[in-house]
Structures are given as structure tokens and as C-alpha cells.
Design a protein around this ligand. Structure first.
Ligand SMILES: [Zn+2]
Length: 268
């Protein structure tokens, strides 16, 4: 039964991933995400249901538009596949639970953040607001059905998470701006997106997610400089690392925190 449900949620993820492609493509341009219906980016031909089957249409059409033959970026299929895999992994981790639906929702708004920040160096306010609205639902649900991620925290745990996430980043940004005399160290979007993340994760896991994001960003920058893909002065967007950091925290957060505390105690 579990395998059936895993496949089921993977397929739901593929379908949601297909919608996320529309968001990634249209939100930065200020376009409506519901209208007009999907069309080819080159010839404008309206796409039919059989052109829009996640991943499979792209494979079947060999990455080309059926109507004009122009190339379709493999990234569309990649975003769908990524969303499907993320959903399957989260279901494996949490089973059918409020934690599963909450984490799947948060990752569904963070996957567009990953790609939009990579392409345009922005995190759109529409995405932050969507996360905050869902966050209010989470805060209310948590009063009646406490989420596991908060590990028995008080009802205000998600609210404290929001303050911890955005507040810490804001402080880092302000301090860095003073030291480096530039306000480009920490983008406003990074600070804002940590408000919904803070609600969804609670304050302890939010600090961990922030810490993991910074570590992964540091290691990646180091590798990119060593490989001479980037030089020391070029900046890389932080958003994609926030997304990776949050996902790692969902899967291993409490284990990592537990190991850290054990190590600390054993040294005392
Ligand atoms: Zn076309």
C-alpha cells in the first residue's frame, strides 16, 4: 500500500511541478498564472492536454514543440521531475500527516524561488505572500493538531520561527552592510522568504535551515571559485541555497540537532 501511495504522491508532484513551471516562467514577467492557457514560447500555439503530460510529453516529443519544431528546454521536465521526487521523499519521511502536507506546500513555493532567483536574482513578493497566507493556516491548525516539526513547542512556536528567520537575516544583512559598505550582501527577498519558512519550521529548525543554507552556499562558492566558474568578486544568489537548506532540514533537521547537542554534551 505504501508503494502505491508513494507513486500516487510522486504523480501529484509531477502535476504540481507542471504548474510550478508556469509560475517560474510567468511570475517574474508580471503575467497572470491562470490565463492565457499554456502555449508554445516560440510559435504561440496553444498546447493541448497531450502536450502537457509532465515529463512524458517532453520525452515523447524529443524536447521539441509539436507545432513548430523549436527546442523546448529540458528544464521544464526537470522541474516536474524534481517536484515529483521531492513529494515522494517527503511522503516517505512523514506519511499521511499534517507535516507532510505542510512540507509539500512549502517546497512547492520554494522550487519556483530556486529557479526564479537563479534566473532573475529576485524572490517575488507574490510567492512570499502565498507562503504567509498558508502560514496563517498552519499557525491555526497547530493550535488544534500540533505539528511534529515543532516537537511539542508552544502554540507560538511558528510565530517565533517567523521572527527568528527574518529577524536574524535582517540583522546579518544590516551588520554586513555596515562592514562591507554595500547593501547587496543580503537581498531583501532572502529576508522576506524566511518569514514563511520560519512559520513552517519553527524557531529551532529555522536557525538550523539558515545555518545549513549558509554552509552549502559557502562550499558551493568555494568549489565554483576553485573551478574558475566564478571569481571572488562575483556574487551568487542565496535563494537556491535557502531552498536546499530547508529541504535538508525537513529530512534530517532534528537528527542533525540531536547529534550536535550530543557532541556538545560529550565535551563538557
Ligand atoms: Zn511551437
Amino acid at each position: 500500500m505504501e508503494i502505491v501511495l508513494t507513486v500516487y504522491f510522486a504523480v501529484i508532484g509531477l502535476i504540481i511541478g507542471s504548474f510550478l513551471n508556469v509560475c517560474i516562467y510567468r511570475i517574474p514577467k508580471g503575467e497572470n498564472i491562470a490565463y492565457p492557457p499554456s502555449h508554445c514560447g516560440s510559435c504561440g500555439h496553444r498546447l493541448h492536454a497531450f502536450d502537457l503530460v509532465p515529463v512524458f510529453s517532453w520525452l515523447f516529443l524529443k524536447g521539441k514543440c509539436r507545432y513548430c519544431g523549436s527546442k523546448i528546454s529540458p528544464r521544464y521536465a526537470m522541474v516536474e521531475l524534481m517536484t515529483g521526487i521531492v513529494f515522494a521523499i517527503l511522503f516517505k519521511a512523514f506519511g499521511i500527516s499534517l507535516d507532510f502536507f505542510a512540507s509539500a506546500f512549502l517546497m512547492s513555493i520554494l522550487i519556483p524561488v530556486f529557479f526564479i532567483d537563479l534566473d532573475h536574482r529576485i524572490i517575488p513578493d507574490e510567492i512570499v505572500v502565498t507562503g504567509l497566507v498558508a502560514g496563517i493556516v498552519i499557525i491555526v491548525c497547530n493550535v488544534f493538531f500540533p505539528l511534529d516539526i515543532y516537537r511539542g513547542g508552544q502554540w507560538w512556536e511558528p510565530i517565533l520561527g517567523m521572527i527568528a528567520g527574518s529577524g536574524t537575516l535582517l540583522a546579518i544583512g544590516l551588520i554586513a552592510a555596515k562592514i562591507y559598505k554595500t547593501d547587496e550582501v543580503m537581498g531583501g527577498g532572502d529576508i522576506k522568504i524566511f518569514a514563511p519558512i520560519g512559520i513552517f519550521l519553527g524557531w529551532k529548525m529555522t536557525f538550523l535551515a539558515l545555518f545549513i543554507s549558509i554552509i552549502v552556499a559557502g562550499v558551493t562558492s568555494f568549489i565554483l571559485i576553485i573551478l574558475k566558474i566564478k571569481d571572488r568578486r562575483s556574487t551568487i544568489p542565496f535563494g537556491p541555497f535557502i531552498v536546499v537548506g530547508t529541504f535538508i532540514t525537513y529530512l534530517f533537521g532534528w537528527d542533525i540537532l540531536g547529534m550536535y547537542i550530543d557532541t556538545l554534551l560529550s565535551r563538557m
